[in-house]
Design a protein around this ligand. Structure first.
Ligand SMILES: Nc1ncnc2c1ncn2[C@@H]1O[C@H](COP(=O)(O)OP(=O)(O)O)[C@@H](O)[C@H]1O
Ligand SMILES: [Mg+2]
Length: 284
């Protein structure tokens, strides 16, 4: 296996007027070519910051990130991002949204006619792959959340990115739609052979999709633990696996880690002490 993304001693400190937030502390992580890695952890542990740094949308305070052995210096065509809120252009149709960033680039690069034709072909392939052929002329406000997110993913894939960075992309969808999107994403991952870093707060989603799950801990944001997922390859995964003993066991281990690192356990302890005291006071 060869390394696609190498994150080396990355630190990120945000400076606000009153204090400094150490969002990431000495993060070291390698993601292999064609690997699916999920980042999980309590809210505020730096998942989005790390993803944005890999995407070149955020600077780091120290350390470096290499993609194919080359340090990143900002956004690039080899990486694409998908966010929770779809970020589609409401005045453009589905097919226009998918082609939009590509069309912008055509104005700045002297693409040949065959380049333009292959881009058109690719947009049709993506429409079909994402199950969007019947809505290609619809506008975003005519689509469900799941369909909108399909458009956002298709648009991200338009430039054939080698690395797909996804920040809670299914966070706004209902449970059934999420399941459909999970299977669609696994299928896509197999067909496109990209490398995926996927941020989620949903541990079940992380295990179902990923080859490895990385747990981040907060204050300061750091790598707590990394787990290999003992499930078959993307196309052999199916929803019933979520009930398999090895799936449930891993889910429990990871949830325990998140609870312990996030301080939620401490809050629970406090609550129990409080209710205990209250009961004692009521009995007195
Ligand atoms: N632009 C910013 N300015 C100041 N603080 C920020 C900024 N972005 C994120 N943070 C802080 O950095 C920490 C990590 O945030 P984030 O990466 O969004 O966490 P997560 O995605 O895991 O919830 C949090 O404490 C957050 O408040
Ligand atoms: Mg986040």
């Amino acid at each position: 296996m060869n390394t696609k993304i190498s994150i080396q001693a990355v630190n990120k400190v945000f400076h606000t007027t009153h204090h400094h937030i150490h969002a990431l502390h000495d993060i070291d992580l390698s993601v292999q070519h064609n690997e699916f890695v999920a980042l999980v952890g309590a809210s505020g542990c730096g998942k989005s910051t790390l993803l944005r740094i890999i995407g070149g949308l955020e600077t780091m305070s120290s350390g470096q990130v290499l993609v194919d052995d080359t340090p990143i210096r900002g956004p690039g065509r080899n990486r694409a991002m998908v966010f929770q809120d779809y970020s589609l252009y409401p005045w453009l149709s589905v097919i226009e949204n998918i082609r939009f960033s590509r069309q912008l680039k055509e104005h700045t690069r002297n693409d040949s006619l065959s380049d333009v034709a292959s881009a058109v072909d690719r947009s049709y392939v993506l429409l079909e792959l994402m199950g969007l052929d019947t809505v290609k002329d619809s506008h975003p406000n005519q689509l469900s959340g799941g369909m909108r997110q399909r458009v956002a993913i298709a648009r991200a894939l338009m430039s054939k990115p080698e690395v797909l960075l996804m920040d809670e992309p299914f966070g706004a969808l209902d449970a059934q739609t999420r399941e459909v999107m999970h299977d669609l994403l696994l299928h896509l991952f197999e067909v496109e052979k990209s490398t995926i870093v996927f941020v989620t707060h949903d541990v079940e989603e992380a295990i179902y999709l990923a080859d490895r799950v990385v747990v981040l801990a907060p204050d300061p944001g750091r790598t707590d633990s990394i787990y290999d997922v003992p499930l078959p390859g993307p196309l052999e995964r199916h929803q019933d696996l979520k009930m398999a003993p090895e799936f449930l066991e891993l889910k429990k281990v990871i949830l325990d880690r998140i609870r312990q690192t996030s301080g939620v356990q401490t809050d629970l302890d406090k609550l129990q002490r409080l209710t205990g005291r209250r009961q004692a006071a009521a009995g007195a």
